[in-house]
Design a binder for this molecule. Sequence first.
Ligand SMILES: *Cc1c(COP(=O)(O)O)cnc(C)c1O
Length: 414
Amino acid sequence: MTTTQATDTIRSVPTMTTAEHTKIVDKFGAHNYGPLPVVIKKGEGCWVEDVEGRRYLDMLGGYSALNFGHCHPYITQVFIEQAQKLTLTARAFQNDQFGLFCKEITEFCGFDKVLPMNSGAEAVETAVKTARKWAYKVKGVPEDKAEIIVCDHNFHGRTTTVISFSSSTQARDGFGPFTPGFKSIPYADTDALEKAITPNTAAFLVEPIQGEGGIQVPPDGYLRKCLEICKANNVLLIDDEIQAGFGRPGKKFAIDFDGVHPDMMILGKALGGGTMPVSAVLGSDEIMGVFKPGDHGSTFGGNPLACAVARAAIKVLQDEHLIERSAELGPAFMQRIMALNSPAIKEVRGRGLWIGIEIDPKAGSAHDYVLKLLDEGILTKETLESVLRLAPPLIITQEEIDWAMERIAKVFAP
Ligand SMILES: *Cc1c(COP(=O)(O)O)cnc(C)c1O
């Protein structure tokens, strides 16, 4: 048997310019993204460096997957040590990180049981399957009649079933036929929820704050009222906290602002500590109890490397008081952006260190401002045409926010 000799180009990427990288990406990579012209080669904390040696403050934070910043020292240490011990067994066997992960995440989130997956979309699919099975086996919905209610302008991922209930034309165009069994209602509208429920409704799947939908924060009490309606009708409320939760909004989870506990919760993004995909579906014994061996699974779900980094992520979130940091730094940051009184800004909204800046179309598109901020050394990304999104790592310091604020002020100066 021959052993692989690690080539220098894997362990040490050759020196190439942004243009050279872009050229090979264009040629050999599918064009399903249109990234900004920045090729990042390393990251540390809130900062990244590109192949030309330019430094940027990362205020996108991997769409909330980098709540701990880049290469967090403790998470990286856990990752390396576990990678050298055991990375994958598949669930045919047990591994010594899995049980502890299950115990710690369920305690942290306040649920009986967890089902681990990898990407966010897979966890959403898992939640959909769980709710359907619960509807048939527990609630007594007739076979193949289960309905799930979702919200207009939702974002729950990119799989065929998940895009079946997207309201984005582009997300669906050319990808049909679609999975039936979903009904979409306006966001933040409890009357619409009440009206949409039928005896066959299994669940209401909702983002506690719509992220891709433009950082839309629902009115206080919206989720509390939704939960009441769901309870009264024996419908499960599935809370997709993949982007909104895990400290981002200045509480553990965005639904905590209403002081209620959903029937099921979906986590992803930051749960992987910024190192690898880790997602999870959480629920009660009754709901998660619908699964028997063989019903559902994932080769990589619950792998020891993922379990170790997720455990590290939960620990760092608490040990470094990142939830409190988000609650403290976020609102003051948002206030300062509002105080710019820029004619280009129509509205500033968000929770914690998660801020959406609605750009007045007369002043240009959000993408124009993304490019202006890029020139100033700040990485951001628009969502929709008109919303600039800021979601910096929760480890960001006041000094770094001050640094960003100077540049944001410059870009938005009339
Ligand atoms: C990102 C996201 C997903 C999908 O996660 P992937 O890991 O990209 O599949 C699902 N729901 C919400 C709310 C998200 O923000």
